[in-house]
Design a protein around this ligand. Structure first.
Ligand code: HEC
Ligand code: HEC
Length: 348
């Protein structure tokens, strides 16, 4: 091959790589669309088929159209800033969505429209502005913040209108190190304060919840796998609601044996109706702000290739919310040393 041809091929390869970059990487976009960092799918459908928001699959918008819709939304969609979702991320998301099959019929709402005659606040949360598409109709996570001891309507307002700066600041106050941000900023012109207050009043009417968090890790042990669960209360000491009369349950796969459970409050292994499985159970009188409690146990046996331990719950009898008793889900165990877990029962 002549030198000139080689150089030309090289230049062509570079040019090609550059064009691919400019058009976005569909694989990276797919990972982001399906991942935990962005929840566009909660409003636009799992595959971009449409739900609360319009279908985006195979829409083939220009990048400028796509970007405008995300940075300065036309209607009620919250705005996402470049610090949290970059132009390159948008290129990637768009590239992925354009590879999805076009939609003939729009998809269904993730959280269904409430029955006619429901309180206005609930209708606004679910169908008016789509909040419940991420938070659930009972705004469980936000009500935990109401129980943390520092939330009021002014706080709520800041969280909704200036979420991308307010949420990191609030996490600092609570001492959390979560760096994911999935909600954008709502426009006060499109979601006026009086409307927001209606949503707030409805959320308050459901009652605040204790801000219980859980984190489970696992590591191999000589005689099986050792699990460590830390249950805590993320509220402000002296101000946050204390959970009382709490039960901790973690489901077990069939045939596993439990050894060395931590003794404080231990109730043994019992059939659990809620988890529909045998569960290892502890009770504790109180879970107070920033007084973490640790529960450990080791399991062995069970079918090969099956997780020996499944989901769990922390349930508490007081203070009550609409769920009796109130509870949070305990997530699947992370390897020891992995990032922090969160509260359950919140945004979902
Ligand atoms: C609260 C629900 C909600 C969330 C979350 C959401 N959207 Fe939207 N989106 C909408 C609605 C509703 C519209 C219609 C225009 C409006 O109301 O702003 C829309 C419009 C769009 C459009 C314009 C479509 C068109 O027909 O021109 C794009 C593009 C878009 N969204 C992308 C995204 C991306 C990317 C994300 C995640 C970063 C996202 N949206 C998150 C509700 C949402
Ligand atoms: C795309 C999903 C999504 C939508 C839509 C959404 N939120 Fe959120 N919201 C979240 C998540 C997730 C958090 C936790 C912080 C984060 O990741 O951004 C949050 C945090 C909040 C907080 C701070 C306290 C808390 O619960 O952590 C408030 C208050 C809040 N949202 C209210 C609203 C209201 C009101 C609306 C509708 C006007 C709304 N949200 C729409 C996902 C969403």
């Amino acid at each position: 091959m002549s030198r000139v041809v080689v150089v030309l091929l090289f230049v062509a390869a570079l040019f090609h790589a550059d064009t691919t970059f400019a058009q976005g990487n569909a694989d990276a976009g797919k990972a982001m669309w399906n991942g935990q960092q962005m929840w566009c799918r909660n409003c636009h459908g799992e595959k971009g088929e449409g739900a609360f928001g319009p279908d985006l699959a195979a829409r083939k918008l220009s990048f400028d159209q796509f970007k405008h819709a995300v940075r300065q939304p036309w209607g009620v969609m919250p705005a996402f800033t470049p610090e949290w979702i970059s132009d390159q991320d948008l290129q990637n998301l768009m590239a992925f969505l354009d590879t999805q099959p076009a939609v003939t019929e729009p998809g269904k709402l993730r959280v269904a429209e409430p029955p006619a005659g429901s309180p206005l606040g609930l209708q606004l949360l679910v169908t008016g502005y789509g909040c419940a598409q991420c938070h659930g109709a009972n705004m469980g996570g936000t009500r935990q913040d109401m129980g943390s001891g520092i939330s009021d309507f002014e706080w709520f307002k800041r969280q909704v209108y200036t979420h991308t700066t307010e949420m990191p600041a609030y996490r600092k106050v609570l001492g959390e190190d979560n760096s994911i941000l999935r909600m954008g900023n709502f426009s006060a012109a499109r979601l006026p304060e009086a409307t927001l207050r209606e949503m707030w009043n409805y959320t308050v009417s459901l009652g605040p919840r204790a801000y219980i968090t859980s984190r489970m890790t696992s590591k191999p042990a000589a005689n099986g796998t050792e699990y460590t669960l830390v249950v805590d209360n993320g509220g402000l000491p002296g101000k946050g609601l204390v959970a009382e009369d709490a039960t901790i349950t973690i489901s077990l796969a069939p045939g596993v044996t439990v050894a060395n459970p931590s003794q404080q409050g231990y109730q043994g292994v019992k059939a659990d109706a809620g988890l529909k499985a045998d569960a290892v159970v502890w009770r504790t009188a109180k879970i107070a702000p920033h007084e973490p409690q640790t529960f450990t146990f080791t399991v062995s046996g069970g079918a090969a290739g099956t997780a020996p331990v499944g989901r769990g719950e922390v349930r508490w009898a007081k203070p009550l919310s609409e769920a009796k008793p109130d509870f949070i889900a305990i997530g699947a165990p992370a390897p020891a040393g992995a990032g922090r877990g969160g509260r359950g029962g919140g945004a979902q």
